[in-house]
Design a binder for this molecule. Sequence first.
Ligand SMILES: NC(=O)c1ccc[n+]([C@@H]2O[C@H](COP(=O)([O-])OP(=O)(O)OC[C@H]3O[C@@H](n4cnc5c(N)ncnc54)[C@H](O)[C@@H]3O)[C@@H](O)[C@H]2O)c1
Length: 370
Amino acid sequence: MNVGLPKEVKDNEFRVGLVPAGVKALTTAGHKVLVEQKAGEGSGTTDDEFIEAGAEIVKTADEVWSRANMVVKVKEPIAQEYRFLREDLILFTYLHLAPARELTKAMLDSGVIGVAYETITNDQGHLPLLTPMSEVAGRMSIQIGAFYLEQINGGRGVLLGGVPGVAPGRVTIIGGGVVGTNAAKMAVGMGAAVTIIDRDLERLRYLDDIFGSRIKTLASNPYTIADSVAKSDLVVGAVLVPGAAAPKLVTRGMLKAMPRGSVIVDVAVDQGGCIETTKPTTHSQPTYYVENVLHYGVTNMPGAVPRTSTFALTNATLPFALQLAKYGAAEGFKRNPHLKRGANTYRGRVVYEAIATDQGLTYHPIDSLL
Ligand SMILES: NC(=O)c1ccc[n+]([C@@H]2O[C@H](COP(=O)([O-])OP(=O)(O)OC[C@H]3O[C@@H](n4cnc5c(N)ncnc54)[C@H](O)[C@@H]3O)[C@@H](O)[C@H]2O)c1
């Protein structure tokens, strides 16, 4: 199969769909990999490194897309890429189609086989291709919080780890899933006093087991949240209710009790945020104040560390890319039910039920089309 790797064109997107190790794995398996020149530049991989791994560098996106049987990307196609979609092409990337009517229409009109990272599952019923980005964002949340707590960066001048004779900074993490656990690892490592709040008691038991006495766990309710937030230098928002907007767990009123110059990093901002006063921000203008509390609400935090993020993402996507390249879409779906869950559009039909429901389109189970 010809596998195409175009350079990402979405604003401020520096990641890329494959790293040299992935190219090597694909070429060793007998596939041809066409890499658009400078596709890896933003994440620190040179054309020469791709060539060494067996890729052919091609000059234009047009050539990558037109010669490829499968295109591997990071972000969904944007309008200028719609013309590249066609029926005999597999597109393997993040798609997030449910709210994206225009893109869904372009994919259906073209007949492209759209396989979405975000709907692929594993044996535990989790979404393993979303996990790496939550790990990155969770770990970043503490280093970002520590940065903004410095007085010169607008915070209250607290060192999270404290020093001998001086109490450490206090961190409250709301939501103890992937983001929350990774945030806790970093905060504990820095020596902060860490509280994790979750509504799932089993999850709290697990966190208590792995962190022991180095963290405090609290069951989620308005009382524990208000009390813990009021005593915090840094609050990390990390809740997720799958398929729904994040609940507003920290109210504007609660902020009034927080120390002046304390910091909120609301990682859940991409689901609307779990802090009432959260609004989406960008890497170029990441912060704002409400009630003297510094808020950070960047919706694509992993974009700030494209090198780590690219490697983390491709570690998770490569086994599926190899399977698609080996068997093609139809046979790949038949062999691997988790890969099949990634099927979103197939030859002009919506084959993922939630997307069809959200957009009022007809749902065609993928099994009926294979
Ligand atoms: N901003 C970014 O760049 C970025 C990057 C990655 C992930 N995210 C977002 O971070 C959020 C968390 O992702 P995740 O992978 O950790 O999800 P997850 O499902 O692993 O964890 C979510 C946790 O929230 C808990 N929760 C749900 N309702 C709660 C409540 N009322 N009170 C307390 N806890 C509650 C759940 O029990 C669960 O443990 C998601 O919205 C995700 O999209 C954002």
